[in-house]
Design a protein around this ligand. Structure first.
Ligand code: FES
Length: 136
């Protein structure tokens, strides 16, 4: 298990050098999430294949260090997964990697991006249903 200091360094590294930060111009799906308690926000951009597998992902956001570091880490965890797999993901691996003793009092921050992404499947299906209705 990482020490508390190692966890803090890991979080700061993701915050200062975010992986996959930025908008994807050709995104198939854009998801916006926020934490009403504090006003922090995250936007996720997804590029999907025909099986709804995430083939590319980017994020933008404004918020606390843990929420933005967790969004960066999340992009590494979900690349190559389908929207169904994402909807069933447990937050535990993310929380453990961020450092459970550091983020356990800030779980809303640590899971903001994941909870936003979990809406992806529903939003994707709604979009498809809408397109179907419009086409008829
Ligand atoms: Fe707002 Fe962390 S304080 S998400």
């Amino acid at each position: 298990m990482p020490t508390r200091q190692e966890s803090i360094d890991f979080i700061l590294d993701h915050f200062e050098n975010p992986r996959r930060r930025g908008r994807l111009e050709n995104a198939d799906l854009v998801l916006e999430g926020g934490n009403p308690g504090c006003g922090d926000v995250v936007t996720l951009y997804l590029k999907l294949d025909a099986e709804t597998r995430i083939v590319d992902i980017g994020f933008e956001g404004e918020g606390c260090t843990i929420s933005q570091a967790a969004a960066s880490l999340l992009t590494e965890h979900v690349l190559g997964r389908t929207l169904r797999e994402v909807a069933e993901m447990s937050p535990d691996p993310l929380v453990d990697e961020l450092g459970r003793d550091v983020v356990s009092t800030r779980l809303k921050c640590a899971t903001l991006a994941l909870n936003t992404l979990k809406n992806a499947e529903k939003q994707y299906r709604n979009g498809q249903a809408r397109a179907e209705v419009q086409a008829t």
